[in-house]
Design a protein around this ligand. Structure first.
Ligand code: AMP
Length: 114
């Protein structure tokens, strides 16, 4: 997927502010922050949407939760609060077709979301 912007970020072809990285995942600041803290966690492997995560990749969920917890602490929003968003496909407004988890914090969010 040479034209995938998030693959390019994972491969360091595009520079971002990286908050976390391991063999499978990378977390980086969103270029268009919607909150004082707004970063994205992505698998390095190109997976288009949450629908494309296979059952054999169940370990994903556990690993991602652990990364969320770690990075939320690192960015200082663990205690004040934060919101996790995964936009999946058109109705949810997914713009980049490479699975990503938004982590937002540093302000109060309303519910229901828009
Ligand atoms: P979504 O609408 O869920 O697909 O969100 C895509 C997110 O990717 C948006 O919040 C964008 O601001 C963010 N984004 C797009 N390109 C970049 C980039 N080069 N670096 C960091 N974030 C990006």
């Amino acid at each position: 997927m040479n034209d995938c912007i998030f693959c390019k970020i994972a491969n360091k072809e595009i520079e971002t502010k990286i908050l976390y990285e391991d063999e499978q995942f990378i977390a980086f600041e969103d270029v268009n922050k919607q909150a004082p803290v707004h970063f994205l966690i992505i698998p390095k492997k190109h997976i288009e949407t949450l629908n494309d995560v296979s059952d054999s990749e169940n370990i994903f969920a556990q690993k991602i939760l652990s990364i969320i917890k770690k990075t939320a602490g690192q960015t200082g929003v663990a205690e004040t609060g934060y919101r996790i968003v995964i936009n999946c496909n058109r109705d949810a407004g997914q713009e980049v077709l490479h699975l990503h988890i938004h982590v937002l914090g540093g302000r109060t969010f309303s519910w229901p979301p828009g």
